[in-house]
Design a protein around this ligand. Sequence first.
Ligand code: GAR
Length: 215
Amino acid sequence: MPKRIAVLVSGGGTNLQALIDAQDRGELANGEIAAVLSSTPNAYALERARLAGIPGFSFPKSQYPTAQALTAALVDKLRELRIDLVVLAGFMTILTRELFQAYENAVINIHPSLIPSFCGKGCYGLHVHEKALEYGVKVSGATVHFVTEECDAGPIILQKAVEVQPEDTPEILQRRIMEQCEWKLLPQAVALFCQDRLAVEGRIVTILPPKTQAM
Ligand code: GAR
């Protein structure tokens, strides 16, 4: 049975698109994008889901009194949809422990820096690249990690680096990191999860070799 994937989004959804494209190329081995859940009703990501024929659901942040209430509503929906893997792809709301309890080592996030640099509360989207340029780093990149209660601190699955160029603006660096890192790493990590090739022990994630097919 393919693993049922839910992608949680808030904005443009280019990482969602990378997952949809990978699925269309047959690269999400044993995985199927079953739903897209957005914290923003007018997110373009929902339009991408519609165009791909994937059910989309909106959970406007403003309709929930607390992050806990929003998380509880999301978990109910994820259970109803029989989701196996939750992917945070540009999801800009911090969720509470109810999600990680329901989906232990089954929630993954993409972050646009080399964690543990330029991450944590308030460090998201373009801000990450502004901070990296202000600091003067010569390389930056992206990280896919399991999500735990501590923001951006869960076990790292994959990372990839790019060089920072002297003339970079936050927007230029963001685009390079998306193209060269994020849109490749996220589908790879999802495919590994769906093939049961990620073993987690404490902070360490080991990538297991592919299972050999029975003849
Ligand atoms: C991506 O760069 C993603 O890594 C980042 O937001 C962008 C969303 O773009 N996520 C975070 O900063 C999470 N802390 P997208 O909607 O086009 O995928």
